[in-house]
Each structure stands twice: as structure tokens, then as C-alpha cells.
Design a protein around this ligand. Structure first.
Ligand code: NAP
Length: 267
């Protein structure tokens, strides 16, 4: 711990497990006070219990797709810590697999509601306070779904691609207020978001077809969390940018190695 985030308050959505949890742990290790949220109260309570060992943490049950729920979470954060310096829009879901003509429209819309509208809701609720404070940093999560759109996961890809545009637009809207807005791709991390996919036949089929890509893009969760720390430490003049925990250069190198291995394998 080097205390790089001492005196900072971070609100991290969807941090009861997975990448959000790792980011919360890394921020606490750097001295931040942290609010985490998730919908399931039991897993949220477990996460808070574990994270409290590392520092000051508040858990609020919240569904980011519901603006009222988000406003309550922000109010509770302000009541507890008095400010919000960092907003990490990490909460996300992926569970809709299938072709657009066959997919359940409500499930499709729910992915957009959580990933895209959920991020909007949190920004909408937090930005006025950041303006009053004289600045802040917003960090959004994308994925390779935004960079390399693939079939059968249109809602996920569309939501993440939209978040890239949202990030760039928002960055320009609030640059003069000292609020930076950036986005990053954590690489493929085998969290519930990925493993849940294999619990449905369509999802399992999808995973088996992109298995090679998952291997290519895989990265440890600590690398994603380290990038989130680095982004929280950057000056607010860096805004509207897109970052990758597993760099595109590294991806290309891995892809080349993969191609060579396949060629050898075929011989
Ligand atoms: P995860 O393990 O499934 O965790 C998702 C977290 O979000 C959980 O804490 C979950 O808690 C919470 N959540 C889900 N829906 C929510 C809602 N409506 N309101 C509030 N919280 C909600 O997922 P992850 O892999 O860590 O993914 C985190 C982020 O990274 C997502 O934005 C994802 O798109 C992105 N990402 C992940 C990968 C990857 O390989 N894992 C790759 C690229 C991008 P509850 O279920 O209790 O609400």
C-alpha cells in the first residue's frame, strides 16, 4: 500500500464479486474509502465483511438500472463519507445469447438497462456533487464486445460500444468542471459473468465457439484492478480515453503466437 488514494472516496458499482470486488480491494489498499453495491444483499454483506479487513467500506444494496435506487445509494455515500471523488461504473451483465429474431426482447432490453442506462443513472446522480466539489473522476467498463463485436451477444456488444461513445461525449461535456471520464477493458477474467454463460445450452455453445478468443484475451483480475488504480491516479486532464488491461499489442502478439501454433498443429 502506498496511499495513492488517501482522502479519496470511491463509489464502485457491482463490487460484491468479480472485477468490481478486486477494484474495491485495490482502492482500499491505496487508502480510499469505498462504497460498493450489488443487488443481492447476502453476497454484498459477505463482500463488505471481507473488504473491511482492508479499510473503510460501505455496502449499499442497489440496482443501477433503477434511478431511484441509485439516488439512494449516492445519498447514503454522501451521508457516510461526505463526498465522492471516484465513480467506477463496473456493474454489468451479459446473459442474453441468441440471434435477434429469436431472443427474448425483455432480456435483451435488460442488458441495455443495466450496462448502459445503469451507467447513465450513476453519472446523472453523482456528477452534480462532483461539480460542487470542483471535480472528480468517472471510470467506465467496456469489454472486447465493444472492440470486436461478435454474433449472438448483440445486447452486450451494443451496450459496451455505446458506453465508449457515451464516455467520449461525457468527457467533453464536463472537462471544464474538472471531471474526467475514461473507459477501460479489463481483459477476459473468468468471473461469474463468464461462467454463468455456460449454464445455458446456447451460452455453452457460444463459449465453446469463442474459447480460443477467451484464451487470447484472458488476463488476471489483479491486472484489471491495477489499471483501475492507475486511472484513478491520473490527472483529470486525461479524459475521454480508452484503456486496455491486456494491451492490443499484447493481443496481437498472442494472436500471432496462436496462429503459428495452429499452423504447426495442423502439420
Ligand atoms: P460479475 O462477476 O458477474 O459481477 C458483476 C457485479 O455486478 C456483481 O457484484 C453483481 O452483483 C453486480 N450487478 C449486476 N447487475 C447489477 C445491477 N443491475 N445493479 C447493481 N449491481 C449489479 O461480472 P464481472 O466479470 O466482474 O464484470 C464486471 C464488469 O466488467 C462488467 O461491466 C463487465 O461487462 C465488464 N467486463 C468483464 C469481463 C470479463 O471477462 N469478466 C470482460 C470485459 C468486461 P448482483 O448480481 O448481486 O447484483
Amino acid at each position: 500500500m502506498s496511499g495513492r488514494l488517501r482522502d479519496q472516496v470511491a463509489l464502485i458499482t457491482g463490487a460484491s464479486r468479480g472485477i468490481g470486488y478486486a477494484i474495491a480491494k485495490a482502492y482500499l489498499a491505496e487508502g480510499a474509502r469505498v462504497t460498493i453495491c450489488g443487488r443481492d444483499e447476502k453476497s454484498l454483506a459477505n463482500a463488505v465483511e471481507q473488504l473491511q479487513i482492508a479499510g473503510s467500506v460501505l455496502g449499499i444494496s442497489c440496482d443501477v438500472s433503477d434511478l431511484r435506487s441509485v439516488q439512494k445509494m449516492v445519498a447514503a455515500t454522501l451521508a457516510q463519507w461526505g463526498r465522492v471523488d471516484l465513480l467506477v461504473n463496473n456493474a454489468g451483465i451479459s446473459m442474453t445469447y441468441g440471434r435477434v429474431g429469436e431472443i427474448d426482447p425483455a432480456a435483451w432490453a435488460n442488458v441495455i438497462a443495466v450496462n448502459l442506462i445503469g451507467t447513465f443513472n450513476c453519472c446523472h446522480a453523482v456528477i452534480p456533487y462532483m461539480q460542487k466539489q470542483g471535480g472528480g473522476k468517472i471510470i467506465n467498463l467496456k469489454g472486447y464486445g465493444a472492440d470486436f463485436p461478435s454474433p449472438y451477444v448483440t445486447a452486450y456488444g451494443a451496450s459496451k460500444a455505446a458506453l465508449v461513445a457515451f464516455t467520449k461525449s461525457l468527457a467533453r461535456e464536463y472537462k471544464q468542471d474538472g471531471i474526467s471520464v475514461n473507459i477501460f477493458s479489463p481483459g477476459v477474467v473468468k468471473t461469474e459473468l463468464i461462467t454463468n454463460v455456460s449454464t445455458t445450452p446456447k451460452g455453452a455453445d457460444h463459449l465453446s465457439r469463442i474459447d480460443w478468443a477467451i484464451d487470447l484475451m484472458a488476463g488476471p483480475v489483479d491486472r484489471a484492478a491495477a489499471l483501475a488504480v492507475k486511472m484513478a491516479c491520473m490527472g483529470t486532464e486525461i479524459t475521454g480515453k480508452s484503456f486496455h488491461a491486456v494491451s492490443i499489442r499484447r493481443l496481437l502478439l498472442r494472436a500471432a503466437r496462436y496462429g503459428i501454433n495452429r499452423l504447426w498443429g495442423k502439420r
